[in-house]
Design a protein around this ligand. Structure first.
Ligand code: S3P
Length: 171
């Protein structure tokens, strides 16, 4: 059984890389945020707004466990915060090959400027605040991400290059 979990900050390319990797390796692709949305019938933004972040973190963990427990092979992309709560990272490492997509802070900030509306943690920040927020947040989160078994520097690489690199890892 092959279980790969893609780890990384918001806008690091986890979903795009995961979808292409799954296609190329003929494996099922699961995006944790989309899985949650399909299970509870609310958007992530609505969950944050109406139920709060703590509730989100609880259901995020519940569905993470449900997916990791599946007796099939898959590629899973988790949310940027998933590895940073409870012992989620230990559980991910117990059941899968975790791959951290490390992306430079400037690239993340640039991408998030155009993609922040669906991401409640950054939606209300202006560009200047966003840069500061991402830099600080990464500093806090990197120790969790760095528990991944494999770290890929995404830098200037395109999605296909990253997928090829992951495909070469033996699981
Ligand atoms: C979050 C990242 C989001 C989503 C939620 C919280 C975070 O996922 O789970 O908005 O805490 O970084 P993506 O990393 O897929 O944007």
């Amino acid at each position: 059984m092959k279980k790969i979990v893609l780890i990384g900050y918001m806008a690091s390319g986890k979903s795009a890389v995961g979808a292409l990797l799954a296609k190329k390796s003929a494996l099922k692709f699961i995006d944790l945020d989309s899985y949650i949305v399909s299970k509870i019938g609310l958007s992530i933004a609505t969950v944050f707004k109406e139920k709060g972040e703590i509730f989100f973190r609880k259901i995020e963990r519940k569905y993470l466990l449900e997916i990791l427990d599946q007796q099939t092979s898959f590629i899973l992309s988790v949310g940027g915060g998933t590895p940073c709560y409870g012992d989620n990272m230990e559980i991910i490492n117990k059941f899968s090959l975790s791959v951290f997509l490390r992306t430079p802070v400037n690239t993340l900030t640039k991408r998030l400027q155009n993609e922040k509306q669906d991401r409640p943690l950054v939606a209300s920040l202006n560009n200047e605040k966003l840069t500061e927020f991402v830099a600080k947040h990464l500093f806090e989160r990197n120790p969790f991400y760095e528990k991944s078994k494999v770290i890929i520097e995404t830098g200037e690489k395109d999605i296909l290059e990253i997928v090829t690199e992951i495909s070469k890892l033996s699981v």
